[in-house]
Design a protein around this ligand. Sequence first.
Ligand code: ATP
Ligand code: MN
Length: 462
Amino acid sequence: MKRTKIVDIFDPALIGSEVCVKGWVRTRRGNKHVQFVALNDGSTIKNIQIVFDMAKFDDEQLKPITTGAAICVTGRLVESMGKGQSAEIQADKLEIYGTADPEVYPLQKKGHTLEFLREKAHLRMRTNTFGAVFRVRSVLAYAIHKFFNERGFFYLHTPLITESDCEGAGAMFQVTTLPLKEIPKDENGEVDYTGDFFGKQTALTVSGQLEGELGATALGGIYTFGPTFRAENSNTPRHLAEFWMIEPEVAFNDITDNMDLAEDFIKYCIRYALDNARDDIQFLNDMYDKDLIERLENVISQEFVRLPYTEGVKILEQSGKKFEFPVYWGADLQSEHERYLVEEHFKRPVILTDYPKEIKAFYMKQNEDGKTVRAMDVLFPKIGEIIGGSEREENYDKLLQRIEELNIPMKDMWWYLDTRRFGTVPHSGFGLGFERLILFVTGMTNIRDVIPFPRTPNNAEF
Ligand code: ATP
Ligand code: MN
């Protein structure tokens, strides 16, 4: 008989019919007359209750039905008397696919901490919490493609292996086929890459932006959505070594268009998740964060504050608040400062613009004041920076001057400079950290809990 997914089983039209469900046992309880099994197949947060009339089954048959076991049940779907569920299945036939020995199955007991489950990342998707989180993640990924597709953007695939360091930050993972035991050296004692696969030093990308700009100045509007890698050793609840980034880049957009796009985009994604992953978000709201849904609704319904960095610093200086890191004009804002502006001062998301050029990347458009650049960071409650973007410097001479001031090796940048040499246009873009968006939408507080297999310092197992 054909299997019905549990997400589809609560359809009132199915009441009275014969159904077949397959899944993993969450719990079994009951007495010698009747046994109840809660079954989940991952298609929804909801379990279906299976009722075993023990006049039809014997104890030995049901013995392997312990938490985590995989079974197939055929029976009649009936309206349920039990509270909290609309339907249940009266079992006729039982097939056991795989047992899960209660003595050793790690998820035998309920109520494990998120820390414990992080150590069991290979199984944690079978819990209610992680099932919900990863369904939300999938729904959000779809929302992102839908948003850009509806607006005529093209999905551009930028390379993961690259020769250039986008920000000049240097926190990259090197990619090489050179033998690490005997690294070839030239006469100056430098690594000799001639025998390497690419014949050059290469690394995993930190951003697809520079290639994205090539796409935008050809196709008009593009977005990337792929993994990025940063070898920064920042062991924080908001940083991963491998994370997913969404980077739209749009020809002819100025910074105001860019802010409008960022605000529309992020609101669209949150709305889509509320509408299409409601049960999961409700579950996370009830279990972890009673203000979650209210916070999401709040962010969608309010206009984001748009504020120059200089004004933001003034507010922070006048706040009278003791911060761990000092604030002054020119300082790179820390998460505590960003969250003060968003959570305490304005009580809604803030887009901070026009940062000092010293703390931002070389490609950002320089303002007339000679001190600031047309950067925009979107700051969110609980998260801090969720988006970083800018209008790009489209003037060849100004861009080159900045590259030279910062000593960025020119030989690596010639192809990027060609966008400014041939048919240069004003253009803008930004990067959204996918996991930071998922943190916000799920109410989870550690970024390791919103990516199936987190890569962090000393952690790359499964
Ligand atoms: P932060 O200051 O928070 O370290 P950043 O300024 O280095 O971030 P950008 O280079 O502007 O980040 O990257 C764009 C977006 O990617 C950020 O706004 C953030 O949402 C996300 N992001 C950056 N670094 C990480 C990371 N290590 N792990 C997860 N997401 C990240
Ligand atoms: Mn940033």
